[in-house]
Design a protein around this ligand. Structure first.
Ligand code: GLN
Length: 319
């Protein structure tokens, strides 16, 4: 496919995304996020052969929110090792809202997975005596190849002032002996990571770094081990869209992680990273335009994980 054909597909995807925007709402439980322009929509694709396709609002900065959970998990897997992490947090889809504490309170002594708040807070707590926010930011900038990635102080202060729900989750985790570090310090580092700014462009870079086995395409530097990247991508596919993860895996079939700032990062193995920004959210807290955009790209570019695999097998079939 040439650039013109791909651009036409991107334009169709953007048009479908725009149709969905009025059906969602910007996040308001973090008051600062409610100031976002609901009509923004940006789509950025960065391919392994170095081509970039940008359409719409790809340079607008917004906060990464829950997409930071994959960065925190990646750092933790490498700093602590998978055994220590998975002794504290499961890797099963939760089927519940990202900020739910029901299952944790009533039936379990382990958060269901590291993509929901209870799991991410636990992972963050394990990093407290191993790293600092400043070191995490340096690493996040490398993973996203975005030197301007920084703390959005207004969003951070706004979330910190409205953190009762996450505080309840964190103290419940402490009461069960799952969090052993200081709870307020854990909340602080978690919220700071959520308040880092990105663009659709930098999310496409992050997606490609994951698609490229943890190697920064621009410098050839390995940033993450293969083992870590495999785990992150699997967890994105099974748990990245909270209680829409199964449905999303069926219809889109590309490992994706969302954030309530309106970001989505998708990773098409060995092929491309996709970054989307559109702050209008569906009732599960996922970017509402992202679903039709990604479904269209998946269908037209044959990106679904199983279709993609059969495409590769076809290519190596003897003629
Ligand atoms: N900072 C947000 C929270 O903890 C992140 C949630 C999200 O992006 N789904 O509530």
């Amino acid at each position: 496919m040439d650039r013109k054909e791909i651009n036409a597909i991107l334009e169709e995807a953007i048009a479908l995304g725009k149709e969905a925007i009025p059906n969602g709402e910007v996040a308001s439980y973090i008051p600062e996020l409610s100031k976002a322009d609901k009509n923004h929509l940006g789509l950025s694709i960065y391919t392994k052969d170095g081509r970039r396709y940008n359409m719409g609002d790809t340079d607008v900065r917004f906060t990464i929110q829950s997409i930071s959970k994959i960065i925190t998990l990646a750092v933790a897997l490498e700093a602590c090792g998978p055994e220590e992490i998975f002794a504290k947090v499961d890797v099963e889809p939760s089927g519940e809202a990202f900020n739910s504490l029901i299952d944790l309170d009533t039936t379990s002594n382990k958060p269901k997975n590291p993509m929901i708040n209870s799991g991410a807070l636990t992972v963050t707590s394990l990093l407290l005596n191993k790293t600092t926010f400043s070191e995490m930011r340096v690493f996040a900038r490398k993973l996203c190849q975005d030197p301007e990635m920084d703390l959005d102080k207004a969003v951070f202060n706004s979330e910190r002032a409205n953190i009762s729900r996450n505080r309840a989750i964190a103290y419940l985790l402490e009461s069960k002996g799952i969090i052993e570090s200081d709870v307020e310090d854990t909340l602080d580092l978690y919220t700071k990571m959520c308040s880092l700014t990105v663009t659709a462009n930098s999310l496409a870079n992050l997606g490609l770094t994951l698609a490229n086995d943890g190697i920064d395409l621009s410098t050839g530097t390995r940033l993450l081990k293969t083992e870590t990247v495999h785990m992150i991508k699997t967890i994105m596919l099974t748990c990245g869209m909270y209680d829409s993860s199964g449905e999303f895996a069926v219809h889109v079939g590309v490992p994706t992680k969302s954030g309530v700032g309106g970001g989505l990062v998708s990773t098409v193995d060995k092929e491309m990273g996709i970054g989307i920004f559109s702050p209008s959210l569906d009732e599960k807290g996922n970017c509402i335009a992202g679903r039709p955009v990604l479904e269209h790209l998946s269908k037209e570019l044959k990106l679904h994980i199983f279709e993609w695999q059969s495409r590769i097998v076809d290519q190596v079939k003897p003629v």
